[in-house]
Structure formats: C-alpha cells, structure tokens
Design a protein around this ligand. Structure first.
Ligand SMILES: Cc1ncc(COP(=O)(O)O)c(C=O)c1O
Length: 484
C-alpha cells in the first residue's frame, strides 16, 4: 500500500487519498494532509476517519503518531472525538467563506418557455425508462459493461431498423445505422468525412437552423443558401459544384412546410445524376397532427441520403441519442470518424432505448405526446391568428409554429424585447436567415411543447398579452360582438 492511500474501516468504509508531502515530521505531514482534505471539502462533515490503528498500519506510521495528529486536529476543531466512537470530521465548511461559483453561462429559466423545438420534459416517461433499465440490467451479461461498438449497440440498431421502416418508411438494415451523440455529432462526423473526400461545398436551407449551419461551416465546408418558399427548399437552385444538401424535408425548420413531392423527386434525381448527397434532418418527423406523416425522403434514394433522427424531441436532449442511416459506401468512413471522435456512445442508455422501442413503449409515448401537442398547437394558432396582421405558417406538425409580422408593424426586436421583459422566451426569425438583410420579414418562432401541461394556458395568455400591446387586441371590449 503506498504511503498516501488509505481506507477508513471498520464502519466508515471510505477510501481516502492523502498527500503526505515531503516537508516536516510525520505527525505534522499527516495533520496537514488531513486538514487540507477537510478544508477543501473532500472530507465532508460527519465522515468517520480511519481508526488510529488502521491508519497507522496502512501508512506505515506508529499508532502514537496518528493519535497525536488526531488530537491536534480535534483541538483545532477539525474533527470531533468521543470515547469508544470513530473520530469524525467536524462541521468546518459552514465557517468557511461562502463559495462563489463562476458566472453562469446558461440563461436563467424563463417564466414561460415558448422556445421552439423543446419537448415537454415533464412528460419524460420516467416509469417506462426505469422499467426498461431494470430489465436491461437484470439480463445484462458482463460484456454489456465493457467497451462499446463505435457503430452503436446492435440491439438498438436492430430495434431502430424495424421502427424506422415501420413508422418513417426508411429502407435500412441495422448495419447501415450508426448511433451518435445527437444530430449535432452526426453533422460533425459527416462534414469531417466529406472534407476528407474533398467534397467541401454544401447547400443549406435559407432560412434554416443557424446552429447547424454554423456547425457545417465550422467543420470547414462552404455553405450557400437554398431559398425556401411555400413548397419547401427550392432545390432547382442547386449549384454545380455542390455535393451535399442539408434538408428538413418533412417539416422545414423554421417555416413548417413539407418539401413538395415534385421537389422530393427533383432533388433525388439531382443526387442520382450528380452523385450528390442529401442529408435528411428528420428532427420532428414523428409529430404530424392532421394525417400520417409523409415517408422519409430516404426511401426515394437510399444510396444518396443520410437520414438522421434523434430522441431530442421525442424524449429529451439529455439522452444524447441519435441515429444516422447511411448509404453503404459512407458507413465505414463515418464509423471511423465516430471512433476517432469519442470511441463510442455510452452503451447502457442505448440498451434501454432499444428495449423501450422494441416493447413499443416508444410508440405509445409518442402517440400520447402527439395528442397533447396537437391540442396545444390548435390553441396557439386560434389565439395568434385572431390578431390582424399576424400570419401563422406551416402544416400541423412539429413542436413550433412560425408567425410572420406585417411589414408595416412593430419590429421583431421590439416584440422579442417586450416578451423577454414579461418572462417569455421565444425566438426570432431573422437570425435564421443565411444572410440577414433588412428587407426580409421578421417573425416569431413559437414553441408550444416546452411548458408543463398546466402552465401552457398561462404561457399563451402572457404571449397574447404582449401581442395585444402591439396589435389590435381581438379580445378587447370594443372589438367584441355587442350583446343584443
Ligand atoms: C432542426 C433541428 N435538427 C435537429 C435537432 C436535434 O439535435 P440533437 O439531436 O443534436 O439534439 C434539433 C434540436 O434542437 C433541431 O432543432
């Protein structure tokens, strides 16, 4: 046993690292090491110290030396002793100056969270997840706790191949699926592979998600904008040197329109003719409220589409579990990039998700969420479209709605600033433009999924309260139908 490592026993059972240092006598070195451990909080109040006999044996000191160190610490108030009982760490932390954490980097939680793309985290299926975790751990063989597969657990890939075929029309086998830490990582890995292949020009939707656009750019690719209209991204504007086009075909982010069937055909034909690649970000494809969702674009050209899905909207972003379904020639380089990035994704969560999907609890959870989100969206559209001048866009789907502002009305900035002062968080459209210019209409991206179920009416009231300050209030007395 080295001189600086010991364990408290019997009764205490804490392992304790002590840096005895080189300066001074043995008692004072031990005393200083214990004092440092207590003051820094590494040994918390009430922790039993090892017996003098045990510590002396483990550190190769005499028992008298240890006793003397304990006595000194007791006198200084660092430990408490009682005859016949273990020496314990005293409450010194409360006498220390309070710890000041570094300035927080996150924004404080808003009173009403209407940010787009966020699911209702209070509806996370905790019991389902717990039951699946129990089953997984009960059945796990030792290898489940060992190193993982860079491609992802086969159990999850198998469950996903079945689920994605059944619900999204994706044509795949488990060996073409790779598990990543979110869609974000899939974009990073893919860009790395594309750069290495010299395919460094990508088209992105305009407007589109600024975070992923920046991710593509930061990964070394050049992006150029594809305009978006009522039929989705205008894929006829794809330029010659383009190899890759990033799309949200089921529900364009942020306008909410699906890619028109003629454009789906056109972009698939472009890919086949040029060897091009489509990246299909199916971020909220599970949430269509008026009909069965349109199948994934991937089903039209499986060898030219990287189809990406995620649990971030269905369960919660904390899981960091997403999947990419790849053309066969991209599987090996993508898996290599994943291995280079972080070896493999955490595996026990993958086994739990595989169980949740295979037992169809995932389907049930999504069905229940769909009902709630559908109702919430209807309420939002009803209330917002009653304000003259405001236009809600998109099909009934997803977790957000884009509302554009009239050109002669208040600015997006003015609305967002007032919302913020009322504790309302939502996003503006302007930052999603590839190249923001003054002549593009402003808009609000309003998420309807994030607030807890009981908090949603209050969030809507708060939003409409702000809108009423800027637009003619549809609920104001002078606009109400007079009583007969
Ligand atoms: C457009 C879009 N795509 C994909 C994602 C999912 O990202 P991730 O899986 O990295 O959480 C999001 C989540 O915010 C999104 O808004």
């Amino acid at each position: 046993m080295p001189e600086n490592w010991t364990s408290s026993r019997p009764g205490g059972h804490v392992d304790l690292h002590l840096d005895l240092g080189a300066e001074g006598g043995r008692r004072s070195r031990l005393e200083a090491a214990l004092r440092e451990a207590i003051r820094s909080g590494r040994l918390s109040t009430g922790t039993p110290l090892p017996s003098t006999r045990g510590l002396a044996r483990e550190l190769g000191l005499s028992r008298g030396t240890v006793s003397a160190a304990y006595d000194q610490l007791a006198e200084q108030g660092y430990v408490t002793t009682r005859p016949g009982a273990a020496t314990r760490v005293a409450d010194v932390q409360s006498h220390l100056p309070p710890y000041t954490p570094p300035a927080a980097t996150g924004t404080p939680s808003p009173a009403h969270d209407l940010r787009p793309g966020r699911p209702d985290l209070g509806a996370f299926p905790t019991r389902v997840w717990l039951a699946a975790t129990r089953r997984v751990l009960d059945r796990a063989r030792p290898e489940a706790f060992g190193a993982g597969d860079p491609q992802g657990r086969i159990e999850l890939r198998t469950a996903l191949a079945d689920y994605l075929g059944r619900t999204r029309g994706v044509l795949t086998t488990p060996d073409r699926i790779v598990i990543t830490s979110g869609y974000y990582q899939a974009v990073r890995l893919l860009c790395r592979v594309l750069s290495a292949q010299g395919r460094a020009v990508a088209a992105v939707e305009d407007p589109g998600h600024n975070f992923y656009r920046e991710t593509v750019r930061r990964s070394g690719l050049t992006t150029y904008p594809l305009p978006v209209d009522a039929h989705g991204a205008d894929v006829t504007a794809l330029d010659a040197p383009t190899h890759t086009v990033f799309l949200t075909p089921s529900h364009h982010y942020p306008t909410g329109v699906p890619l028109h069937p003629s454009r789906r055909q056109a972009v698939s034909a472009w890919a086949r003719a040029t060897g091009g690649l489509m990246v299909e970000d199916d971020y909220d494809g599970e949430f269509r409220y008026d009909r069965h969702p349109v199948s994934a674009l991937q089903s039209l050209a499986p060898d030219h589409v990287v189809y990406c899905g995620t649990t971030s909207k269905t369960l919660g972003p904390a899981l960091r579990l997403a999947w990419s379904v790849l053309p066969s020639d991209l599987v090996a380089p993508f898996v290599r990039a994943k291995e280079e990035a972080d070896q493999y994704s955490e595996t026990l969560g993958q086994l739990v998700l595989a169980d949740v999907i295979a037992t169809h609890a995932y389907d049930r959870h999504i069905r229940a969420a769909r009902l709630r989100y559908r109702r919430r969206r209807e309420l939002l559209i009803d209330r917002v479209s009653a304000f003259p001048g405001l236009t809600a866009h998109g099909v009934p789907a997803g977790l957000h709605t884009l509302v554009t502002l009239p050109p002669d009305g208040p600015t997006e900035t003015a609305l967002l600033t007032t919302c913020a002062t009322r504790g309302l968080a939502l996003r503006g459209l302007t930052e999603l433009h590839h190249t923001p210019t003054a002549d593009r209409p402003g808009g609000l991206l309003i998420g309807f999924a994030a607030p807890p179920e009981r908090g949603y009416p209050a969030a809507l009231d708060a939003l409409c309260g702000v809108l009423a300050e800027f637009f003619a209030d549809p609920g104001a007395p002078d606009r109400r139908v007079p009583r007969p």
